[in-house]
Write a protein that binds this ligand. Sequence first.
Ligand code: SF4
Length: 347
Amino acid sequence: MKRTETRPISVGGVRIGGQDNVVIQSMTNTRTKDVEATVNQIRKLEAAGCEIIRVAILDGDDARAVKEIKKQISIPLVSDIHFNPDFAIEAIRSGTDKIRLNPGNIEDEDKIREIVSLCKERKIPIRIGINAGSLNRKYKHSEEAMIESAKDHLRILEALDFRDVCLSFKSSDPLECIKAYTLAAETFPYPLHLGVTEAGGLLNSTIKSSLALGNLLMQGIGDTIRISISDDPVEEVKVAKKLLRACNLRKDVPNLISCPTCGRLQYDMLPIVKEMEEYLETVRKDVTVAIMGCPVNGPQEASRADIGVAGGKDSAILFKKGQIVRAIPQENIVKVLKEEIEKFERS
Ligand code: SF4
């Protein structure tokens, strides 16, 4: 797939844009000033595969906490600031790797100049985040208006010769997201941060985000993604990884194939799928694993799997690339699959 080339930015050493890997982001839901809780959550997100983390800055204490949080985490940190330029300045001084801020919402021009000059000095990019639900009242709600709004904010930064910029155009409507980001990719050279906002709980968000982001990614649009879910943010990272894998944009994520089961099933397959799904979330490997219901169709249906099992009567056969290897009793299936995955290396 040909990816749209954008002007790359560096966020604490992680490159967003060009035609690089699509970077996975998430956001904490702790109080940022509660350093211990925030660091704990970021570490869980890091372990799950999050590559850049964003924290909300609501006051000076949050902005100052960035310094301590940064010392205890290994991924770049973005400070999300609305309206108050002093918090942005404080977060930059605390060592944030990027800020999310809309300069058009700040009236004090001297403060904007100060933020931009600090960002230039420290090579910190700025994300301008346009949300369909909070457009300036001078605009009528439309995707074109979202683009015009971004231009307004960009003019301020470009006039100060600042171009380390990333843009987002989020809406809670996935179809509106597709249109807005498609227009943005035609209009701006800057990297795009994709996301459907206020997308609901796990199931709703997975459907809406996969629809919008999947469509955009398959057009080659998008440099970084955040799946927004009303749940533990670790779920966001899991969905993001699986979506990128399904779009063939990430190789370091396993792929699980499993059949829906039918009347031919003669072993207890569903708990095995559940356990293996959880296990595979901890694996960083390009491996396709199949768990199939029966030996009649299983190995054939999953012949592209690297490793797989197809159930028999209270047992399963192990197969590799569609070729049968041996039989395994029900109670050993998970153990054998894990051993095979551990040994697996793509030749
Ligand atoms: S693999 Fe076998 S059990 Fe699973 S859906 Fe196909 S026929 Fe049914």
